[in-house]
Design a protein around this ligand. Structure first.
Ligand code: 4AZ
Length: 246
């Protein structure tokens, strides 16, 4: 996160850290991406975060990547479902969404607490200019390695016509994506934040409106972050989780 502030305990309780290690090794798990808890056993993340043949776990309820906090829950990933039309090109990432099914019994995986809560799925489009929140442990203006403490920043939803303007991203952005940020630059998501939440508060509930996906570097003027448009994938999410969501 560029231009961010440290998150306070319990402020972004749906944030997860997706961590991987080579299969069947004792190498340490390392943070690769963010994700969003949407029900006890399901996490949304970006398609480009899924690396095949790796052991995967998610941590939630913690703020630091350096040590395990008493509030933290760790869950193994049983299955990663990447969108069938996920496609990463040199210019853009299309259908950049995946579902992680956590290991649990009788539909219980994550346990709700002050520090662990689900985000709501959106029910419709939100207005241009709305202020929303991004968060993650990704690269910052001071460190390309990222932050050991979870950071957050506020960004604005950018009009789609502006996002596809030739001075911004042009035709590389389709309607399964949207831009958010500040056209002046400085406040943005970055590498390592991918898959993490862009949430907006509507009717006092936080809805996961976007997932950190891609962009032209980070924090540059006229190159806002590009987010997976979660509303475009509601039917896909329902079809993949049906019967096991809540
Ligand atoms: C990345 O490389 C990446 N500024 C993620 C987000 C953004 C740019 C790059 C958005 O994963």
């Amino acid at each position: 996160i560029f231009g961010g502030l440290k998150v306070s305990p319990g402020a972004i309780p749906w944030q997860v850290s997706l961590q991987v290690r080579p299969k069947n090794t004792h190498l340490p798990y390392r943070h690769v991406c963010g994700g969003v808890l949407i029900s006890s056993c399901w996490v949304l993340t970006a398609g480009h975060c899924i690396i095949q043949n790796k052991d995967m776990l998610v941590t939630m309820g913690g703020l630091s990547l350096d040590y395990e906090e008493p509030t933290e829950q760790i869950h193994h990933v049983e299955e990663a479902i990447v969108h069938e039309k996920f496609n990463e090109t040199a210019l853009a990432v299309y259908n950049d969404i995946a579902l992680l099914r956590l290991n649990g019994t009788d539909g219980v995986c994550a346990t709700e607490s002050q520090y662990v809560k689900t985000a709501c799925l959106p029910t419709g489009q939100l207005p241009d200019g709305m202020e929303c929140t991004i968060s993650g442990w990704g690269a910052t203006e001071n460190s390309s390695y990222g932050s050991n403490h979870l950071l957050q920043a506020n960004v604005l939803l950018i009009n789609q016509e502006k996002c596809v303007d030739s001075t911004v991203y042009g035709k590389n952005v389709d309607n399964s994506m949207f831009c958010a940020g500040h056209l002046m630059g400085g406040v943005d998501s970055c590498q390592g934040d991918s898959g993490g939440p862009l949430t907006c508060k509507t009717n006092n509930a936080s809805v996961v409106y976007g997932l950190v996906s891609w962009g032209d570097k980070c924090g540059k003027a006229n190159k806002p972050g590009v987010y997976t448009r979660v509303t475009h994938f509601l039917d896909w999410i329902k079809s993949k989780t049906q019967g096991t969501f809540l």
